[in-house]
Design a protein around this ligand. Structure first.
Ligand SMILES: Cc1cc2nc3c(=O)[nH]c(=O)nc-3n(C[C@H](O)[C@H](O)[C@H](O)COP(=O)(O)O)c2cc1C
Length: 247
């Protein structure tokens, strides 16, 4: 066994761009797919025995939640009939993938200031009562609590056409992408994250080239930092989403 890989790490790699190709390689290719592919390649070069699960929600979107889905999800598992179990089968698979993952790497384009509907559909399928969050209206204090196993980390690799969406930027207040991922994922217990962004896609000029180059450098640096932390046996901090501790 590779001495670098005493305990295989599990990565969940999600792409959400509606564009199938990769920028720099395919005409009209996706920047977020390019960054997520690079992240996973760099990681796997160092730790080839780690397990990568891939979900292309941009190419094969999960079904959005329906009335039947809601009724089944909020029905106690022991009382679900065969039809309800079938309605939840896809959501069960997506949720199991998230629960198993140590590191979640998401290529998340900005569409109309927020998440693509395909990625929102994934979120809606993995925020599951009794699986990723608990709810008890009779509970003292906060009636909700996160249920994901601790120690996971989120990497958001995003791209936008305009510029200035980063912290302190001219459009920062209109950027709903990072919050659209971080808030629901923290709610279920995934609190720690890093973000790398490409800007200027709509301009297609030197600023886009510079932004891509900077983002690729940042991805390489982030992989190096996360691998070093992992080698040192460090765990990411786990700031609880709610003030009250889980039951
Ligand atoms: C439907 C759609 C909506 C978009 N909305 C925005 C937006 O609100 N703000 C912005 O800066 N760019 C917007 N863009 C540009 C994308 O964020 C940009 O093309 C980005 O590179 C997409 O990610 P991808 O390259 O991985 O496909 C939009 C693009 C599309 C296709």
């Amino acid at each position: 066994m590779n001495p670098e890989t005493p305990n295989p790490f599990r990565l969940l790699h999600i792409d959400a761009s509606a564009r199938p190709g990769l920028s720099g390689q395919d005409r009209h290719g996706s920047h977020t797919r390019r960054l997520s592919r690079r992240f996973i390649r760099r990681w796997s070069e160092s730790r080839p025995l780690d397990v990568v699960t891939y979900r292309d929600v941009g190419g094969a979107p999960p079904d959005p939640v329906s009335g039947d889905w809601i009724a089944a999800a909020f029905c106690p598992p022991a009382r679900r009939d065969a039809g309800q179990r079938a309605v939840l089968a896809q959501s069960d698979r997506l949720t199991a993938e998230l629960i198993a993952a140590d590191l979640v790497v998401i290529g998340a384009p900005m569409y109309n200031f927020g998440l693509p509907a395909q990625l929102k559909a994934w979120i809606d399928n993995i925020v599951r009562v009794g699986m990723t969050f608990g709810f008890d209206r009779a509970r003292a204090g906060e009636p909700y609590w996160p249920m994901l196993p601790p120690g996971k980390r989120l990497v958001i690799l995003t791209a936008r056409g305009d510029f200035g969406y980063g912290e302190g930027g001219r459009l920062a207040a209109m950027n709903l992408v990072e919050a659209g991922l971080k808030v629901p994922l923290a709610y279920i217990g995934l609190n720690d994250s890093d973000t790398v962004a490409i800007e200027y896609d709509e301009f297609g000029d030197d600023r886009l080239s510079a932004s891509i180059a900077a983002a690729e450098t940042a991805v390489d640096h982030l992989v190096g930092t996360l691998l070093a932390n992992r080698r040192a046996g460090g765990q990411p901090s786990t700031t609880p989403f709610f003030a009250t501790s889980p039951k």
